[in-house]
Each structure stands twice: as structure tokens, then as C-alpha cells.
Ligand binder design. Structure first.
Ligand code: ATP
Ligand code: MG
Length: 340
């Protein structure tokens, strides 16, 4: 061990549709939106993460912003590679530090195909990874929550990210049954954009819609601790003149109802597939939720009432999966469920 492990640099990456988090030495060293800005003519990287996000929706013909992941998987291979490489560079200004053997654990959706998995491995290797392991996101979520995933007890984990919602029952170090659906936080944002257009004749961008969601997003029309109305400004679709509309959380609850119902249906589908002994464990322990999308107001309460099993929200839902991936990194020799 000794000298070798000293020379080996190790990082864990939660390569998400919305955000990418890198963990090094148990600490979050990078936490950036998964987006890059590229020069259209030279294909050179102009900006990455937060800086690129600020350009999103505001570019001219020379600059293009790209979100390399869609629905939890790599959609643009080159952009993904540039993003991973750039984010790793952010860790240490002296890139020599990350030289000889970079060991990585990267998480992937449980529904990823062989081809999608290879895309993650290849782009990680191209970005400097020598020893690349992969872990399924719901496994990482469970580890991040603090569940003993190797125990002979069943746990149900729901990770509502940006691009995908992952629902899985985990026991004895493996996934017993699962569903991965392409409805999650970014879908809620798209619902709000469409709603504002249809209902209020106002055109808003993705970032404004996300602001609406964070300020007055709700999954229930009657919250115990309701937020104040949020004022949206934008062009009237008919006249192009500016208008202002106060939006209430009740409206957003109505607008998101359909997407949330689809997540409920998927959770019930996983419960239906769950073997009875594990089902009993799940009912006893409750269901765990993580991922940024799980921060939507009232979600735990709504699911608990609908499904009749208590739901618990992870401590820091946006970081749970990355933390779990970081713990997996320290246990690569022990966790046989990691994939190469
Ligand atoms: N306070 C909040 N209320 C509601 N939604 C939120 C809040 N904060 C963040 N989100 C949403 O969480 C989502 C991002 O979550 P997360 O970082 O877990 O996704 P990801 O891991 O990048 O995506 P995926 O796992 O699907 O690849 C975004 O859709 C974002 O709008
Ligand atoms: Mg995620």
C-alpha cells in the first residue's frame, strides 16, 4: 500500500444531468452545473460550470452552450470529455499533482445501457482516469444516506435528479428491482415553462422557470408553510410588451401534478415487484429520498399520504449521491458491485 497509495490520486464523480460534483479526500472539491460553453469556430472550451451557465440562453452565433448529459446519460461525448477534463483541472492548479494514476469512481443511472456505460468509461479515461470504476446511482444514494447496503435488509431509495428519477430496492449489496424514468427536476422546470406560455401568455427561459420552481415550486396545493407569490417578468407572447405576473405555489402544484403522479406510479410499480420479505423491511424503515428534485415542497408529505409508507428526505439531497460515490471510492476492494 504505502508509497503506492500516496502516489495514486483518487476522485469520485457524480456526473449528473444538472450538476457535477467531484470528491477528493472526502471533501467536495468541485460542485458545478453540468454545462460548457464552446467557441463554434475553433471548438475550444470557453467556459465551464457556473460561468458557462451564466451564458446559457444568452449566446450569439460564435458561442454555443452545451449540456453534455441528457436524461442522466452522455448525449455529447466530446463536450462531456471537455467538461470532465476541465472540472478535474479545477481541483488543483498544479495539474502535475494529478499525474500518474488517477483512480475514479463515477456513478451512472441504473437504466444505462451498455453503450451509455461505455461512453462514461471512455470519456473518464480520456479525461485522465487510469482506473475507472462505475456504480449505479441508487446504490450510491443508499450509501450516501448511510444505509448498510450489504445487510440482508431491503431499502427503497428514490433519487429525483435533474434528468432521471431512479427508484430501487437494495439488499445484500445489490439492486433487487428498480425503475429509471426520464421525469425529474428538469422536467418540472419544463412543465413550468410550458404552463407560463399556455396559461399566462408569457415566454420565460429555462433559468427563470427554475427560479419559479425553487421559489414557489410545490407538489401540494395546501402547504403548512406556504411561500409568498413570486413575480415573473417577460414578454407577452401576443404583443411582445413586458408583463408581470404574480405566481402562487398552488398554481405550480397544479402544473406539476401530472409529472409527480408519474413518479408515484413508478414507485408503486417497484413496490409491486418487491419480494414480500423485502417489502416488509421497506414498510418498517420507510422510503428514502435524495437528489435535488426531491427538494420540491411537500413531496415527502404527498408521497407518504399517497403510498401509505413514510418517506424520509436525505440530509443534503443535492450531495447524497456524490457522498455515497466518495464512500464507494474508499471501498473499491470491498464493494464487489462496482463495475469496470
Ligand atoms: N430547492 C429546490 N427545489 C426544487 N428543485 C430543486 C431545488 N434545488 C435544486 N432543484 C432541482 O434539482 C435538480 C438537480 O438535482 P441533482 O443535482 O440531484 O441532479 P443531477 O444529479 O445533476 O441529475 P441526474 O441524477 O438526473 O443526472 C434540478 O432539476 C434542480 O432544478
Ligand atoms: Mg444525480
Amino acid at each position: 500500500m504505502g508509497l503506492f497509495s500516496f502516489l495514486t490520486q483518487e476522485i469520485a464523480i457524480d456526473l449528473g444531468t444538472a450538476n457535477t460534483i467531484i470528491i477528493h479526500n472526502d471533501k467536495i472539491v468541485v460542485n458545478e452545473p453540468s454545462i460548457v460553453a464552446i467557441d463554434q469556430h475553433t471548438s475550444k472550451l470557453i467556459a465551464i460550470g457556473q460561468k458557462a451557465l451564466q451564458m446559457h440562453g444568452k449566446t450569439h452565433e460564435n458561442i454555443k452552450t452545451i449540456k453534455p448529459l441528457r436524461d442522466g446519460v452522455i448525449a455529447d461525448f466530446d463536450a462531456a470529455e471537455q467538461m470532465i477534463r476541465g472540472l478535474i483541472k479545477m481541483i488543483n492548479k498544479k495539474p502535475k499533482m494529478f499525474n500518474p494514476a488517477l483512480k475514479m469512481v463515477v456513478c451512472i443511472p441504473s437504466g444505462a445501457t451498455e453503450v451509455e456505460r461505455r461512453a462514461v468509461r471512455d470519456s473518464s479515461e480520456h479525461a485522465g482516469g487510469r482506473d475507472v470504476y462505475m456504480i449505479y446511482e441508487p446504490m450510491a444514494a443508499a450509501i450516501g444516506i448511510g444505509i448498510d447496503i450489504e445487510a440482508p435488509d431491503g431499502s427503497l431509495v428514490v433519487d429525483i435528479g435533474g434528468g432521471t428519477t431512479e427508484i430501487a430496492v437494495i439488499a445484500l449489496g445489490g439492486i433487487v428491482c428498480n425503475q429509471s424514468i426520464r421525469i425529474a427536476g428538469d422536467g418540472f422546470t419544463a412543465d413550468i415553462q410550458a404552463y407560463m406560455r399556455h396559461q399566462h401568455n408569457i415566454k420565460i427561459g429555462e433559468r427563470t422557470a427554475e427560479n419559479v420552481k425553487i421559489n414557489v415550486g410545490s407538489s401540494l396545493p395546501d402547504l403548512d408553510d406556504p411561500p409568498e407569490d413570486f413575480t415573473v417578468r417577460g414578454p407577452n407572447l401576443m404583443t411582445a410588451m413586458p408583463i408581470e405576473i404574480p405566481i402562487s405555489y398552488q398554481e405550480i402544484a397544479h402544473c406539476l401534478d401530472k409529472s409527480i403522479s408519474k413518479i408515484e406510479t413508478s414507485i408503486l410499480a417497484v413496490l409491486e415487484q418487491t419480494p414480500p420479505e423485502l417489502y416488509a423491511d421497506v414498510v418498517n424503515r420507510g422510503i428514502y429520498m435524495a437528489g435535488g428534485g426531491a427538494l420540491l415542497r411537500g413531496l415527502c408529505k404527498r408521497f407518504t399520504e399517497k403510498i401509505n409508507i413514510p418517506f424520509h428526505l436525505a440530509e443534503d439531497p443535492l450531495q447524497t449521491i456524490a457522498r455515497g460515490t466518495g464512500i464507494a471510492l474508499k471501498n473499491v476492494d470491498k464493494f464487489s458491485f462496482l463495475m469496470r
